[in-house]
Each structure stands twice: as C-alpha cells, then as structure tokens.
Write a protein that binds this ligand. Structure first.
Ligand SMILES: Cc1ncc(COP(=O)(O)O)c(C=O)c1O
Length: 390
C-alpha cells in the first residue's frame, strides 16, 4: 500500500472530512489512541502503570532528542508550551537593565510573558519586531537587537502567517551581542525537518497536540548543553532535584530506598532540572507513540517532496483565483493564510461542506500536514469559490 494511504487509514477522524486545520490541533493516529486507551484501561483494571510509563518517558526524551538533533540530556518535559515558557523565563537571571526582543508574529503567550516581566521590572524594556504584512524584516531585528539585549524570543514559524523566521541568522546576531535566543517551534516540529543545533537557538519548545498529532497535556523543552548548567531554576520540585526518581531509575537503583535530599538539593546536570513534578503519564506515553508514528513515515522528511508542494500549490491556486495571500509566498510553512471579508461565516460554510480550516481576524488559515493531498487542496479551492460566488 502506498505510504499516504497507509497513513490515512490510521487517522479515523479525517475519514469523512477534508481536515486542513493542523495548526489548531492534529488528528490523533489510531496507534496513539490505542496506547492511551490501554494505559487508562490498565489503571482501571489493574492499577498504576507507573513503572511502564516512567520507562516510556525516558524513551520519549531519547526519541524526541533525536527528532530535533539534540541529546537526551538537553530535553525536558513540561505540561504545556506556556508552562515551558514559565519554567524557563522564571529561571533566567536577566539583567534588569536589559531588553527582550520579541516578534509580533509570536503566539500571544510569549508576548504576554515578556510584557509581564517588563511590568515587574525584571527587564527594562520589551522591543517588538512588527509584522510587515505576513512576514518580518530581518533588518528590523538588526535595529532592535543591541548590547543590552539579554534575550530574543522568536517563534520559528508564525502561528497566523506561517512565516519561517531565519533563526540561524537571528541566533548569530543575538549571540554576537551576548544575548540568548528562545524559540517556540510548535508550528515546525513534526511537519518540517528541525535541527536545533543548525538553527543555533539556545532554548526551544514544542507541544503535543498540533503537528505532533498527539493528545493534550504534553510539551517538550530543549536547552542547549552550552548554557544548561548556567540556568538554575528559581523554583524546585521533587523531580527537578539531582537524585530524583528518574535519575535513580536511570542508574538501575530502587527509587524509594533512600530519603530524598530535598532540603539540601543539588541541580541535576541535565535538563531534568526543569521538570518540577509528575508528568501526565498518559499524555507523554501518547506523545512517544505519536513520535514513533511520525518517525516511521518520516513526516518531516516528506516536507520537501510532498507537504511543501501541496502548500505551494494551495498558495498559487489562491492567488490564481483572486485571493490575497497574507502568508509570505516564499517563506511560509504549510500554514497558508489569506485575507477574507467574512472568515467566520465562510469557514462555517466550508465546515458544512466537510472542510475544516480556521477563521482568524480578517483571515482564513489553511494548514495541511504530511497526510493531506493535492486533491483535498483542489476540493477546498473549488468549494471556496462556490461559496464566495453565492
Ligand atoms: C505557537 C504556539 N505556542 C503556544 C501555544 C499554546 O500552547 P499551550 O496551550 O501548550 O500553552 C500555541 C497554541 O495555539 C501556539 O500556537
């Protein structure tokens, strides 16, 4: 069976519709749902699958590290991307006279975080690189980043525009001034090849429920080993100390044989220093299963030969049919957004026709993943034209 048919067979939720809304949430593959159900059933029937789930989380960290070009010591789990920001930003000792540079393309969570830090006087100023109409201008970063920039927070792919930032150039620029770079890669990891080392960022996050096609409740943190031990979490938990149950388990030691040295803790050498408490075992087990699925079918590897092609086809078809793209024609991810007078009403009508995309203010966002087809894109265009002619 061709790979595309095989993949689609495992996605029951898209069977009867054209699903082009992966930037909101991804469909959950059957093996991921089965694994999740099995874990819950086990808990109900037999008791806590603690040992199994802990091992699975350690496997996930290894698998995820490989997926983004990092080492397992550089990755940590978090309950969500916003919480990942919280644990990292609350741990950075930034100079109070410094500035944070952010992009207006970022998802609101990091903008609100940076602004909250400014309000509390934790940094002097938040500098915003403005949207130029679906893209940012690198020269705007060059104008705003200076010797007082302690941090730049820039999403790899814009959640609305799909704009792909030049993170390598940005990392070089910020590092040359002595600052750090954090990137939210929620809209890249899973659908595009990502190598955090090549991109040069210091810290990166992603979540489970969009392009990684898993359930809610899991996110991953990457912190480069070059800065890892310099960042001391401000707040600690029973799992972020050296000699935690995970660390003991990894050494093959009984987890509860010795007391925990929580009053006189040391920070672990690896990124587990950012893991405060018990992870949602089901969500992380599911995430490991979805990673296996994405790796098996080489979802990011399908980007050049397939996913990007259908996104480019979509962008061109929109233009040919008189729609005005908001996404940058050359540097957009599979997220392809265009301007529309009635996004809410039109996406509602599309949904009635069995096509799911999302409405955003003045915009319609279409976000195909590696399992979508050119025929589905064509069907969207035909249906959209029909609705707009009514
Ligand atoms: C780029 C980006 N970052 C973060 C979030 C929110 O993540 P979480 O719900 O895990 O806090 C979203 C949600 O849409 C997003 O698009």
């Amino acid at each position: 069976m061709p790979w595309l048919d095989e993949v689609r067979e495992m996605l029951p939720s898209i069977r009867n519709k054209v699903y082009l809304n992966n930037a909101s949430t991804g469909p959950v593959p059957k093996p991921v749902a089965d694994t999740t159900k099995k874990l819950i059933d086990y808990r109900a029937e037999y008791g806590d699958p603690w040992d199994h789930a802990l091992d699975r989380i350690m496997e996930l960290k290894k698998r995820y590290a490989g997926f983004i070009g990092a080492s397992k010591e550089e990755v940590a789990y978090a309950p969500g991307v916003t919480y990942a920001f919280l644990v990292i930003l609350s741990s950075l000792d930034l100079d109070r006279d410094s500035n944070i540079v952010v992009s207006e393309h970022n998802f609101p969570t990091s903008l609100a975080m940076a602004k909250a830090m400014e309000r509390r006087g934790l940094v002097k100023e938040v500098r915003v690189v403005r949207d130029r109409g679906g893209y940012t201008e690198f020269s705007d970063y060059e104008k705003l980043v200076d010797e007082n920039t302690s941090l730049a927070i820039v999403d790899y792919v814009g959640w609305l525009s799909g704009y792909i930032e030049d993170l390598k150039a940005l990392s070089d620029l910020v590092h040359s001034k002595g600052g750090l770079v954090i990137s939210d890669m929620f809209h890249a990891i899973g659908v595009m090849p990502v190598d955090v080392k090549k991109l040069g960022v210091d810290i990166a996050f992603t979540g489970s429920y969009k392009w990684l096609m898993s359930i809610y409740g899991a996110a991953m943190i990457y912190v480069s080993k070059d800065i890892l031990t310099r960042i001391e979490p401000r707040y600690m938990g029973w799992l972020s100390i050296d000699d935690s149950v995970f660390q003991r388990r990894q050494r093959g030691e009984d987890e509860f044989q010795r007391p925990f040295n929580a009053l006189n803790y040391r920070y672990p050498e690896d990124a587990s220093r950012f893991e405060l408490g018990t992870p949602a075992l089901t969500a992380f087990t599911a995430l490991d299963e979805s990673l296996k699925f994405l790796i098996k079918y080489d979802a990011p590897g399908k980007y050049q030969g397939h996913t990007k092609k259908i996104a480019d086809y979509l962008a061109e078809a929109l233009i040919d049919n008189g729609y005005q793209l908001y996404s940058h024609i050359e540097r957009h991810s599979p997220i392809t957004t265009f301007k529309h007078k009635n996004p809410q009403e039109t996406t509602g009508k599309l949904l009635k026709e069995g096509i799911e995309v999302s409405a955003r203010p003045g915009l319609i966002r279409v976000s195909p993943h590696f399992y979508n087809t050119k025929d589905e894109i064509q069907h969207l265009i035909n249906t959209l034209k029909k609705i707009d002619k009514q």
